[in-house]
Design a protein around this ligand. Sequence first.
Ligand code: SF4
Length: 453
Amino acid sequence: MEKVVHQSSKEFAHLENKECIKPVKIEKTETGTGARIKIQDDGSYIQLRETDLACSGCITSAESVLITQQSHEEVIKTDQSGSAKLLVVSLSIQPVLSLAERYDLTVDGALQKLSGYFKKLGADLVLDMNIADDLSLLENQREFIERYRAAQEGEGKQLPMLASSCPGWVCYAEKTHGAAVLPYISSTKSPQQVMGSLVKYYLAEQRGISSEQVYHVTLMPCYDKKLEASREDFFNSQLGARDVDCVITAIELEQLLKQEGVDLSLVDSAPVDYPWGPAGDKELFGHRGSGSGGYADHIFTFAARELFGDSVDQLQYKSLRNPDFREVSLERDGKPVLKFAIANGFRNIQNLVQKLKRGKCPYDYVEVMACPSGCLNGGAQVRPLDGVHSRELTTRLEAAYSSLPQRAPEDNPTLERLYSSWLAGPHSDKSRAMLHTTYHAVEKMNTAITIKW
Ligand code: SF4
């Protein structure tokens, strides 16, 4: 069994070790955060639940160290050391809804309480992630149109386009299916990593500081987001800057508040910041469709309009084997011209991948999410209080999500400004660098020689 040696993140950029880490002990009991823990023989640990795909496989040494380095203690240490000139906290909507439900707050109220709490901890800016959700959706829409047209012209491995925003699914595909699946995964970065680009490059530029002087924390619904933030693809070795330095989950924050004896509903509120443009554009919007970001809905509606001139108001999904696998199609002369699906949970993902590998996948796009019911039911959301069934909690979160005012990403006025003033247009090299990424098949190293015990 290899030893994990703690090194600076700069050194990890050169680390290409993909060896298997085998746990020596698996605690059977649930921890206070509802997660199980794998303990490595160096004493470091990884928390996991069965729904967290990435962690149920193998992770690399570098990943395990980077994950254990992501905790609220790191945030406090960074603030106290004064090493960051700008400490930014980005709040994803799913954990905000989870904490709003836990502390009986409105969504807006929860955002402002969280802003007050993090500012007291030392944050300079607390942001919602609406802008990154919109940018990621818009790029996904454009990428789908390009892939669809390329497929029409006979280019291979374009469709189905598979969602890329769930790192649990992406890591599973990289480590288990490699080249057979990776070309189909959208190259568009997830909202967390788009937010990383916005904070570490756009904001740093605006403030006249360099990326490594910014410390960026995100609040997320699952542990897999820690793994995503730790990817080498999101580390700039020239600048020594990682797009997201630390990921905290909803359940970790709840536990921290409990330890500190803090009731979030009693914390002083502070406004959420909006450094992207006029304050008038600040209102929080949700997205129609699934609570994972509404990818299938938005891409379908956009494609129906762009490719077929059809205006689709409401999508009617048909559930297949279970409610976590559903499909929708657009027909012309009785034949489907667009066929989309949503596949949540490991079982449905396995079925989808088998179909894809056999060349029998009938879809143009699939919103793939590792957690059953998607991100609102993420592995590190706050657990239901006594007497509340987890399905009931998810239903409440879904209702809260769909009650947010909705806006299509192409109607967000800030995006146009960002494309023209920062990204040099939608299809520029800079857009590609800031908003897209690549995936890598991880070779299986399971021979006696390659496993170090
Ligand atoms: S479905 Fe959402 S919450 Fe679950 S692992 Fe994927 S990104 Fe995380």
